[in-house]
Design a protein around this ligand. Structure first.
Ligand SMILES: Cc1cc2nc3c(=O)[nH]c(=O)nc-3n(C[C@H](O)[C@H](O)[C@H](O)COP(=O)(O)O)c2cc1C
Length: 226
């Protein structure tokens, strides 16, 4: 640990001394990239899974609230196909309320050991109640119990109150296995911009951006300055 002249902890020096992109990093040749981004995303996700990176399907989901202030949190990717990237959430949670008011999101994936980041931006669509229900019923009983409470991110008096409520909800899930939380929603981010970022030890990083004006338009590819 670094120490400043007055004996206090020198956090700045300590952070500067930490290694980044320790590698061995992956490589990326943008000249052989596919014409559309989902195929490349699936290649990179597959390599992250094969490299046994922890939580390779975890992503930061960013939204904005009614004041235009950004919020971000990590969620699990539920699916990705030509329609877009999917995640599920309770519509009554802060993110659900933000998406109802402003249906737009940015997703950020980071696979540190490979030195790779992917960023996705686009409008968000709430899928049908049937698709939300199917996602809900595929969750573990304890995850269903938690979602049934529908109180995510509200203030909690204490852990005993939490545990009692979860216990009651879990008993309800066991009694009624077909029960679905109405507000459980599957969201699809329809991409209009997807950027692939490959770190290089030299710090001359490689960036490839796919952009399209609307979700129906064809993709344009551009290299970006690092
Ligand atoms: C690895 C990881 C996975 C998570 N997965 C989910 C998830 O799938 N759904 C969810 O609602 N919250 C998930 N969370 C918790 C969220 O990050 C967040 O705390 C919660 O959804 C409340 O967000 P909000 O108050 O902005 O609505 C996850 C957190 C981590 C670290």
């Amino acid at each position: 640990m670094s120490t400043a002249a007055d004996g206090s902890r020198d956090v700045r020096a300590w952070l500067r001394g930490l290694e980044v992109f320790a590698g061995p990093l992956a490589t990326f040749d943008p000249t052989s990239a596919p014409a559309e981004p989902v195929a490349l995303f699936l290649e990179w996700l597959t390599e992250a899974v094969e490299a046994r990176l922890p939580d390779p399907h975890a992503m930061t989901v960013s939204t904005v609230d009614e004041y235009g202030d950004p919020w971000a949190r990590v969620l699990i990717l539920k699916n990705v196909d030509t329609h877009g990237w999917q995640f599920a959430a309770h519509a009554g949670s802060p993110k659900g309320q933000q998406l109802a008011a402003r249906p737009s999101a940015a997703l950020t994936f980071y696979w540190p050991a490979l030195g790779r980041q992917v960023r996705v931006r686009g409008p968000v669509v709430a899928e049908s109640a049937e698709r939300g229900a199917a996602d809900f019923l595929a969750r573990s009983p304890s995850a269903r119990a938690e979602a049934l409470l529908g109180r995510q991110s509200r203030h909690l008096e204490g852990v005993a109150e939490r545990d009692r409520s979860i216990d009651e909800a879990l008993k309800r899930v066991e009694r009624e296995p077909g029960l679905v939380a109405d507000a459980w929603t599957l969201y699809t981010v329809t991409p209009v911009a997807v950027e692939f970022w490959q770190a290089e030890k030299s710090r001359v990083h490689t960036r490839l951006s796919y952009e399209r004006a609307t979700p129906d338009a064809p993709w344009d590819q551009h290299l970006l300055w690092p």
